[in-house]
Design a protein around this ligand. Structure first.
Ligand code: ADE
Length: 270
């Protein structure tokens, strides 16, 4: 996969030289290029921003340097059909999820446009549709100072899904969000640490029981921390053991979806 990132702070992307992503680059699995937006300016001051039309606080990124940068990237598209995908990190974008990471990991060429200040002149985003599939993407419902931190997160989440990047692909299967649930808790030696024991089932050697316990823990954690995920979970074809576990946690399956079970009379508050 080829990835191009444009930023006025290219040094911000230096961590992409480290760890698994850095290794993926060295191994030729990820062809990542970071570009300085100012290299595409033509004035003496290398200006990238100006005041907003209509007034208001802050500055807006100028269209022309972006158009120059993005045109040069579009020309670098590896052979193949379709357009490269241009991701514009923005708190006003669609949410970045594991599902979107999997989708983007299938692409041959991704470009990321890191905005700063109040954002990029909207006409660039419109114009970019001629050369790219454009997707404004948000990391979450909070505001960062610019797109760089969001790009670090997205490139790591996408890059680790590329074939060969993570040594044991099975670890991708069992992690949080891979099946719409949070991951079960994990433990390692010693079996007793500061008087705290590892759950005995994990020492039993009974693989069926262990799998069942882990599944139950996934449901328990998800119910406690992310009930929104449980309500979006496809519960259409759950095995009986899963349904029982969910019932214990106060959920019932209605039309293939999980719903909090109405309180039993003895549980009513008043
Ligand atoms: N830029 C500023 N805030 C952002 C966010 N929440 N997600 C992605 N890019 C951003």
């Amino acid at each position: 996969m080829r990835v191009d990132v444009v930023s006025i702070f290219p040094e911000y992307l230096a961590p992409l030289e480290l760890s698994l992503i850095g290794k993926a680059r060295q191994d030729g699995l990820l062809d990542l290029h970071v570009h300085d937006l100012r290299a595409f300016t033509t004035d003496r001051h290398r200006t990238v921003d100006d005041t907003p039309y209509g007034g208001g606080a802050g500055m807006v990124m100028k269209a022309e340097p972006w158009a120059q940068a993005l045109s040069s990237i579009a020309e670098k598209r590896p052979e193949g059909p379709g357009k490269p995908v241009l991701i514009v990190p923005s708190p006003a974008g669609e949410r970045f999820t594991q599902a979107l990471a999997y989708e983007l990991a299938e692409e041959k060429h991704l470009a990321f446009a890191c905005g700063r200040y109040e954002g990029i002149d909207e006409r660039v985003i419109e114009w970019a549709h001629e050369h790219f599939t454009v997707r404004p993407v948000s990391l979450g419902d909070y505001v960062l100072n610019g797109g760089e931190v969001a790009v670090l997160a997205m490139v790591e989440a996408i890059g680790r899904l590329l074939p060969g990047v993570v040594g044991n692909p099975e670890s991708l299967v069992e992690e949080s969000h891979s099946d719409g649930l949070l991951e079960y808790p994990v433990y390692t030696k010693p079996s007793v640490w500061r008087e705290r024991e590892v759950p005995p089932v994990l020492l039993s050697g009974n693989h069926g029981k262990i799998a069942q316990w882990r599944r139950h823990e996934q449901f328990r954690r998800t119910a406690e921390r992310r009930p929104d995920l449980l309500e979006a979970f496809d519960a259409g074809k759950l095995p009986r053991a899963d349904r029982t576990a969910l019932q214990d946690l106060g959920y019932v399956v209605v039309n293939g979806r999980l719903q909090p079970r109405p309180a039993r009379p003895e549980e009513q508050q008043d």
